[in-house]
Design a protein around this ligand. Structure first.
Ligand code: VAH
Length: 319
């Protein structure tokens, strides 16, 4: 059975829906620190679980006969800068707990998300290669860089089957993101549909690697379904789809919502965004486990506005 730690988060919630549709509600145990994403709770097994609680995770694994863990709980880049110690403790303790459960043979397989945040201001920014200089300047990025080293160490030393992807910014409509720097790319669509205006916390020309959630979920399932021998990189794979700037998203939205009004008010997240790559070379993922993305910016804008119109402008069930 599958355990998702952090099932209430932006990726965790979509992974829960997808894995339940593939394997059945009762074969996917969703857990999170709270029940903020209630519709997860309404179908299948949900339990409150603190990702920092080793005994809690071990008990859940044993009670539900878990063999695969998706560790999706973490404190992201923006929030991590406000609570550095908490970010380090949550992001690292949770990873060690799951790696040790695999080392000690309580579970068989792990998915652990890394991020383009492992790269820093000294990393080449265009088409950033898989192997390059990495001096992350955020606490979150440091936890992802160190986490990658530990994943590779546990694979080499204890034969732990842990697989990882360096996610770019991810755009989705089901669940809101939690405290990331790329969150503008989600919020902008929600506001375009709800209020037709948005104040962007990054400058108009801030180019960042981005991906639609459906592509991110496909990549996650693809890497987990691959033969172990095909996963040649056990730190974490670069993964890419598209790159765009806030200005380009606005232009794309305006094709469907001409009256959309944008203002720019960069804040502390601009420095974080400026430390990250503009585009990513994901040739190893494409070569080792046949990765390819499907959604262009136009596809994303069309799908986001369609789904959010349904979500915000549909007649509520009670009426
Ligand atoms: C963040 N959405 O902004 C996350 C992600 C690449 C960005 O790691 O922190």
């Amino acid at each position: 059975k599958i355990l998702i730690i952090g099932a209430g988060g932006q990726i965790g919630s979509e992974l829960t829906y997808k894995l339940r549709s593939l394997y059945g509600d009762d074969n996917v145990v969703a857990t999170d620190i709270n029940q903020n994403n209630l519709d997860i709770v309404n179908s299948g097994i949900f339990e409150i679980l603190d990702a920092k609680d080793y005994d809690g995770i071990k008990s859940c694994v044993e009670r539900h006969d878990i063999d695969t863990v998706y560790l999706m709980a973490a404190m992201l880049s923006a929030t991590g800068e406000k609570f550095p110690e908490k970010a380090w403790n949550l992001n690292m303790d949770s990873l060690f707990h799951v790696l040790n459960l695999a080392r000690d043979k309580f579970i068989k397989k792990i998915f652990w998300p890394s991020s383009i945040a492992v790269f820093g201001p000294t990393t080449p920014t265009k088409y950033t290669p898989q192997y390059t200089i990495m001096e992350p300047s955020t606490v979150y990025g440091i936890t992802k860089q160190v986490g990658e080293r530990w994943c590779e160490y546990y694979y080499n030393k204890y034969d732990v089957d842990v697989r990882s992807i360096r996610y770019p910014g991810i755009i989705s409509w089901k669940a809101l993101p939690g405290g990331g720097t790329t969150d503008y790319a989600v919020e902008i669509y929600h506001e375009a549909v709800k209020t037709k205006s948005y104040e962007c916390f990054l400058k108009p020309d801030t180019e960042l690697p981005m991906m639609f959630m459906d592509d991110a979920i496909k990549a996650t399932l693809d890497i987990m379904a691959a033969q172990s021998a095909d996963i040649k990189i056990r730190s974490s794979y670069n993964l890419a789809a598209i790159s765009f700037t806030p200005k380009e998203v606005v232009e794309s939205i305006k094709k469907q919502i001409p009256e959309f009004n944008i203002t720019y008010k960069p804040d502390y997240r601009q420095d974080i965004a400026d430390s990250w790559p503009k585009s990513i070379n994901d040739s190893y993922a494409r070569q080792d486990w046949n990765w390819k993305h499907a959604f262009s910016l136009e596809d994303i804008t069309e799908e986001m506005i369609f789904q959010l119109n349904k979500k915000y402008n549909s007649i509520s069930e009670t009426s």
